[in-house]
Design a protein. Structure first.
Length: 93
């Protein structure tokens, strides 16, 4: 995996968000209205600037890419052996 600086990742995320918005033929104003945020905030996101996590989630929902969240941070999988060990620890307490 190639590691990038935080600013480069934010910039790439903003570019992808903008490309997705344009592909869906939404204006920044439309995304902002549907997400319940300001046009300024949408512009900040698309330029890779700091915005809130709740704003990001709202925009992802509007752009219908929120399902990609599972790929971003997958749900941890607990193996049956780990689950058994955890349950054994709880019983001992």
């Amino acid at each position: 995996m190639v590691w990038k600086a935080d600013a480069a990742i934010a910039s790439e995320l903003g570019s992808r968000m903008k490309a997705t918005r344009l592909k869906k033929k939404f204006s920044q104003a439309e995304v902002a209205r549907r997400a319940g945020i300001s046009v300024f905030t949408v512009g900040q996101m698309e330029n890779g600037k700091n915005t809130s996590l709740s704003s990001l989630i709202s925009v992802m929902r509007v752009l219908k890419v929120l399902e990609n969240f599972e790929n971003l941070i997958p749900q941890p999988v607990i193996s049956p052996v780990e689950l058994l060990a955890e349950n054994s620890k709880k019983r001992r307490k």
